[in-house]
Design a protein around this ligand. Sequence first.
Ligand SMILES: Nc1ncnc2c1ncn2[C@@H]1O[C@H](COP(=O)(O)OP(=O)(O)OP(=O)(O)O)[C@@H](O)[C@H]1O
Ligand SMILES: [Mg+2]
Length: 507
Amino acid sequence: MQQEFILEMLDISKSFPGVKALDKVSIKIKPGSVHALMGENGAGKSTLMKCLFGIYKADEGEIFLEGKKVEFKNSKDALDNGISMIHQELHPVPYRSVMENIWLGRYPVKNVLGIKPVDHKKMYKDTEALMDELQMSIKPHTLMAKLSVSQIQAVEIAKAVSYRSKIIVMDEPTSSLTETEVAHLFRIINNLRKQGVAIIYISHKMEEILNISDEVSIMRDGRYLGTWQAEELTTDLIINKMVGRDLTNRFPPRENVPQEVILKVQELTSTNPKSFKNISFDVKKGEILGIAGLVGAQRTEMVEALFGLRSTSAGITYLKGQPVRISTPIDAIKNRIALLTEERRVTGIFPVLSVEDNMLVASISNYLHRGAINSKKCVKAVKENITSLRIKTPSYKTQIRNLSGGNQQKVIFSRWLLSNPDILILDEPTRGIDVGAKYEIYSIIAELAKKGKSIIMISSELPELLGMCDRIMVMCEGRVTGTLNSEDANQEIIMKYATQFAKQGGL
Ligand SMILES: Nc1ncnc2c1ncn2[C@@H]1O[C@H](COP(=O)(O)OP(=O)(O)OP(=O)(O)O)[C@@H](O)[C@H]1O
Ligand SMILES: [Mg+2]
């Protein structure tokens, strides 16, 4: 007889020093279904999945797979038993090819007189077939280091599928994907579901959850709240259950008044001919300028160049009317420009340093007094940020790697707030952040603009750009295709500009 549930996790508890991450959590997953797992940053979602996957050992509780009690010693054990996982933190091996990353630890081998060399040809063929099956266009031989974050995420998806598992855990698989890519992933998920695969899907994007899932389980503060059929739920109901209160407005009121132009960029052009070209725009004091575009629009590359992280072959940047040379991030910081990078957990954190050190690293000079660090002042600033952004951490001394994904993001966000820039460039500022905390970040952005700071904000979430920005500049394949006042913009118009010359691709 087929089991009603393919997976049951019963009364799972797990503590870390100073935190009870899971307190008797139970979830039951049906085969051939998409089961969403939701909860605020730090609610315990990733920890629960790591207990399943053998990365953590639960302190108590039992796991049943197809009715049989299991306890996986490590992730290989879980994979061998038909469970694979796309991790929230991506860990590609950068100087290896796509195919080596996918088949890592299980390379196909030839058998030549008892010696077993790696069968590169087969590995190539298998990778090509997998990419074909998933309709992805990534080449097997490409180095991982050459891929964009969204392509790395696509490789992770392909890898998870390649194990042909019965259960696939996806911990924020779409955090770096744009809308067309998400649609592509959903087609893949639907096919897997038809084949009877169970998907455990973790995401902070409400629309996605309601669109793709059959059932939704919600956690709050390490506890299990309940499971609902997706069709019984609405965004508001989920938010209410997750946060424990209603959030009536998703965006704060904006009271900023754009003033004179502070930053003017003229004809900025990358040295890489495939990247951005002839980018011209300006930003006013007290203005929030959004940048929209699909993957490949070169938005990240453009702001990274503006910040001195990438080289340009042409272009002039004016600050308050004066031309300035920004060839390194140090130049940018001196000119009071800050950049919150897109892939913060890869490019932004110092994993073994504390929350405090990670927060202060860009502004430490503000805390020096006659050559010595004023630690009281440091701690005060750090504690204020922990409170205002509701960062969930046992202490400011905790190593940042022990925080949940979303809470790490908040620490990096505070880092740039503390550096007190005039121009703050935010690349996907709310990626991986839960709904309640999103509102807090929006409020901070609105407040900064009101104080006369200029904000440049890249986002793939169009409602966020429409809700937050004064103007929205749209890019497509490295060029600016339009700039709109937010009052005149809507999602359709933005998409029209964003796809001006783009081929509508998938992953
Ligand atoms: N290795 C660890 N050491 C210490 N504490 C940890 C560790 N891993 C997780 N925690 C703590 O356990 C709690 C739950 O974290 P978890 O990563 O499961 O949250 P999450 O629901 O996945 O959040 P997010 O949406 O931000 O990813 C958090 O308070 C976190 O700080
Ligand atoms: Mg997580």
